[in-house]
Design a protein around this ligand. Structure first.
Ligand SMILES: [Zn+2]
Length: 106
């Protein structure tokens, strides 16, 4: 523990997050592949080769929302989602270090 009261782990978590907070795009959501039929009776999808589309799904204020993600945006959105997870897992570590402090009655 140093002067600021932070553990080394906490300082590391904070510095890992910083570049994300400062300048990386992020979005919270789960990418979900949906297969569907289009309604055209002559289409291959009626014979089992369904159309596959990607959606970004999130729950917010108790509601589930979804956004269609076009193929050319897939990589970008995957990166944004990963950035969100990176931030979130580091925040979780920071939170746990304070949880432990409370547990130890510090
Ligand atoms: Zn079809």
């Amino acid at each position: 523990m140093n002067r600021s009261g932070m553990t080394r782990g906490e300082r590391e978590s904070r510095s890992r997050i910083k570049p994300y907070i400062d300048h990386k795009e992020m979005v919270r959501g789960t990418l979900s592949v949906r297969a569907r039929t289009c309604g055209n009776p002559n289409c291959k999808c009626t014979r089992g080769e369904k159309h596959v589309s990607l959606f970004l799904v999130r729950s917010k204020d108790g509601k589930v929302e979804q956004l269609y993600i076009p193929r050319d945006k897939e990589e970008t959105v995957r990166r944004w989602v990963n950035n969100w997870h990176e931030v979130k897992s580091n925040l979780e570590e920071i939170s746990s270090s304070y949880w432990e402090r409370l547990k130890r009655k510090e």
